[in-house]
Design a protein around this ligand. Structure first.
Ligand code: PXP
Length: 249
């Protein structure tokens, strides 16, 4: 299965659009950020088209599809509206996430185990259209196994709880969560799923996750866009790349 080679970095540019939308202006432009990220070594770009369009817009997805050389990973809720948009664009990857209007960010993983039949039917046309379907889930055995049963190609493990526990200094609990992530990465890989991870990762927290040999891709946004204020986007991404490479060797 996984051979522990190149770990891809997907850069999530949602929060460039958050800043743009805060003033209703045309800038900063998330497509410009995506192209800069590409130049800085991003292996892919991730964008979440939310139901309420609070950051990324439909026009941004049009622009990304037209401009990018690296693959686009379109994050979206499992709704009919989003399925139609994905089928129109046929991005390289579609990552299904739970979505609640009142949340500030994607709070938990998708409950695939509860919604298995519907999701199996939901992803079939996306797969037929050539999209790699990824399911964003917590590090939980029932969710990993349900994702495999519905025919997903990829699971993205939610690293938010691990990162929050680190930030709160609750290191024993953090280490227990890291252990769950490690075990689920190995289990998912054993079931033939490609393993990705993301949410809340920073220079401080990325290493232990990047070191899991089964993990093939990390998707990182909020921290990098924040660091870009201080370092510039290119240098912020390059530093993240170095953290990942160091952990991998
Ligand atoms: N992966 C998924 C599925 C997400 O929903 C998000 C947040 O949009 C990320 C990764 C990136 O998280 P962060 O912006 O905290 O790095």
């Amino acid at each position: 299965m996984a051979d522990g080679t190149h770990l891809r970095l997907g850069v999530n540019i949602d929060h460039v659009a958050t800043v743009r939308n805060a003033r209703g202006s045309a800038y900063p432009d998330p497509i410009r950020a995506a192209l800069l990220a590409e130049e800085a070594g991003a292996d892919g770009i991730t964008a979440h088209l939310r139901e309420d369009r609070r950051h990324i817009s439909d026009a941004d997805i049009d622009g990304l599809m037209a401009a990018l050389r690296v693959p686009l990973n379109l994050e979206m809720a499992a709704t009919d509206e989003m399925q139609a948009i994905a089928l129109r664009h046929r991005p390289h990857a579609v990552c299904l996430v739970p979505e609640k209007r009142e949340e500030r960010t994607t709070e938990g993983g998708l409950d695939v185990a509860q919604d298995e039949n519907r999701l199996a039917h939901f992803i079939a046309p996306l797969r037929d259209a050539g999209c790699r379907v990824s399911i964003f889930i917590a590090a939980d055995l029932a969710q990993v196994e349900a994702a495999a049963r519905i025919g997903a190609a990829v699971v993205e493990l939610h690293t938010g709880a691990y990162c929050d526990l680190h930030a709160e200094g609750r290191f024993d609990e953090r280490d227990a969560e890291l252990e769950r992530l490690r075990a689920m990465a190995a289990h998912a890989d054993g079931l033939g799923l490609e393993v990705h991870a993301g949410h809340g990762l920073t220079y401080d927290t990325v290493g232990p996750v990047a070191a899991f040999p089964q993990v093939r891709e990390l998707n990182i946004g909020h921290f990098l866009i924040g660091e870009a204020i201080f370092l510039g986007l290119g240098p912020a991404i390059e530093r993240m790349r170095r953290c990942m490479d160091e952990a991998r060797t």
